[in-house]
Design a protein around this ligand. Sequence first.
Ligand SMILES: [Zn+2]
Length: 380
Amino acid sequence: MIVQETLAQLVAIDSVSSRSNEPIVDYLQQRCETLGLVAKRFSYTDENGIEKINLVARAGPTSSDSEIELALVGHTDTVPYDPNWTAATKLTADDEKLFGRGACDTKGFIAAALIAVEHVDLASLRRPLALIFTADEEIGLRGAKHLAQIKPFRIRYSIVGEPTSLQPIRAGKGYSLAEVFLHGRESHSAYPALGASAIVRAARLISRLESISEQLKTDRHNDFDPPFTTLNVGLIKGGTAKNVIPGECWFGLEWRPIPTQSPSRVLDLLQDVIAEEMKNDSDFRCEVRCDRNDSGFETDEGSPLVTFLERATGKRAGTVAFGTEGAQMKLLGSEAVVLGPGNIREAHRTGEFVPVAELNHCVDILAQSIITFCSEKAGF
Ligand SMILES: [Zn+2]
């Protein structure tokens, strides 16, 4: 089968994260088994009671079930699409591009991985290969986190499919989220002395977050742009009426830690400034709820996987400022590189597309990587 045809079939299966990913997993399992891989499901139930499935399809020696030499990792879910985009699940093409939800993020990579395996003589593999298809990447890397938690195997090298325009990405920042709740005392705004404003307290804390931002700039990782942990207060809500001293205020804090820094560093700094506020204002009450604290990942620039992919793509390895499943692959023991056809700037948009030339090139790169890392011709 040619890669476009496979991509068309994948795009035709609606796999928005809110749905069960069983239909796409059924398709992938059948494709993998036809190719001679042995597939296994690692399921969990999401918070809506829907079963989500990670599929792991293996080839090569099976003497050690717990070791995988090379894993090609792609997420099965996509972000939702605008109902007005009527062709979202029908792959359409012009001369150079293929359009459809997931074509870029990340079904193009999955199609390339399936065709790459088709091009390789699996009987010649001396070290285990796995195709790993995860669930719920778009809503917090949940499928990959499930695998990282149960640790059913170790992986030595992994290529994580994300649209990078085929540039190898050897490091990524982490992703963390916290909700900060400030309490005050409601009263009539004509008599401020009777109350305490939760919004003013939030404002004080947020201005201290600006100093934390400055402090974070001193801990640098020069391979990133920007080369330090960044933070953002993206949401705030407080008060009930213009003439009421607000009793409650809430804000959402997000930060993207460089991989050389503990993702808890920002939380520690936040707790320090809360402690100072409490010293200045004995009535100051505040709770912090951390909802996500995902570390980043970094693979050494001298890693055989990095040097191989730099050679195969003709591009120098780089870094990205967003979270990927690279971090979970690292927790499974792996040196990870993120790579895939398509541009991240096209992902998640109506009219998302993957360039045909990059898709075809990705097939070659993945086939070469399987031969290099898993077959007897290994030469690194
Ligand atoms: Zn993706």
